[in-house]
Design a protein. Sequence first.
Length: 535
Amino acid sequence: MDNFFYKDIYKVLNFNGIEFENVSENFVSIDKAFGKKLIKVEYNALNEISKKAFEDINFFFQKSHLKKLSTILKDDKASQNDKFVARKLLQNAIIASSSVFPICQDTGTSTIIGEKGNSIITDYDEKEALSRGIAQTYTKKSLRYSQLIPSSLYDETNSKTNLPAQIDLYSGKGDKYKFLFSAKGGGSSNKTFFFTENKSVLNDKNLFELLKTGIRKIGTAACPPYHVGIVVGGTSPEMNLKTLKLATSGALDYLKNQDGSFIAFRDKEMEDKISSFTEEIGMGAQYGGKYFALDNRIIRLTRHGASVFVSIGVGCYAHRNQYGYISENGIFLEKLEKNPAQYLPDEDINFEEPVKIDLNQPMEKICAALSKLKIKTPVLLNGEIIVARDIAHAKIKKIIDNGGNMPDYFKNHPVYYAGPAKIPEGFPSGSFGPTTSARMDSYVLEFQKLMGSMIMIGKGNRSDIVRESCMKNKGFYLGAIGGTAAIVGKESIKKVEVVDFEELGMEAVFKITVHNFPAFLITDDKGNDFFDSFL
Ligand code: SF4
């Protein structure tokens, strides 16, 4: 048998073309045993590299991601919507690069993949050292704690450190301890689709049909433009999904196109077809256009003869990845872009003049003002908004189910689906972008019947229930620009106060005062929905 098959299917950590910088020369020393040079890596080295990496990736991007966003602005075929969103996302990156407002309010699940060279020695719990670094960063910086610890099958509490992290450590060869650090948000993780297929899908027609259906299902709730990943095959479902995550992070970009000698490869021909398809569907970078995706990777793996696993997933705008390593020379991290402003050209784009909506008036009057507008009209909201997401909605439903009333705050104000990052010192708000609205779809009909949630603000497309409820109950859904949490937190939100369920932390009910908060009219009171033509 070819030696090749004794090796791993692909290299998880490939450092080709990555530029690193030394962040510390401490915590490593040289040792010798059996005439071999060994590198002793102290607990503090692992602690330090993860602390620094999670600080970096929450505020700075890899250059390649910013370059791709900026190409939208130079593309004559990009729509004005594509360009408008790309500009906002680059402006968001500029605000985040001051290290105060994180790129996104969802500062993600912390994920580390490590490969320990066989010359590296340690004598402690490495995952603990790495986890401690994560907790130090999340508790010190204005990040968000998103991890819920179950206390029973149904009850949960927030861990308040963003731990546990997902850490996978592998053994390798050489004198480096290599890492890939990532922070992936819930919105993009939720857009992972997995299919257990069979041999009948392994032809151009059937596979393409399956992928088209899956890609449409992604919708815009995970803040496009996306890095799309598709994996076909895999020795197990877990292998397939692990590969998907690496594909969307760009870690497998070194894989070659099919040439007969690889057991894991990219298929450039299908990538071109998917690329044309993502342009044609017209959803674009959130509000119509060609930039639904910045790129896509299709990876083919080996498989068991009885299974063909196919998965589709995305990396969102908050593409937070950083490589690093520890060697005898110290701790090194990938150089992220500290000056994102260079990717944003000076000239602005012509965009439809937004309509200002005064929220400091009775709900019927706000609804009357929205009722005059066409779908997709840009608006600037001014006044008070209630903020509530998953747990607050469940609690309010429970109150109503038990014979209680819809709270007045839900009747008198629009509701913004969001869960903020911590407030940095000296500012009224932290990063505060929208969360995926579709998770609240099942509450809309019941709440609107009771005059709650009459105007909803969030991100992404929604189900027919919402369109029908808005038509029946004369409600509206407005889409904010997903991924612009730093802009919203720094520029649009003037005041944040907790009004209910304080114990829920970022899932509490807040009242915010906004100035020129930008959004688009997506669903109106007449049965129109902007996304109808795409999905
Ligand atoms: S950019 Fe959007 S999908 Fe990505 S982490 Fe932020 S809110 Fe979630």
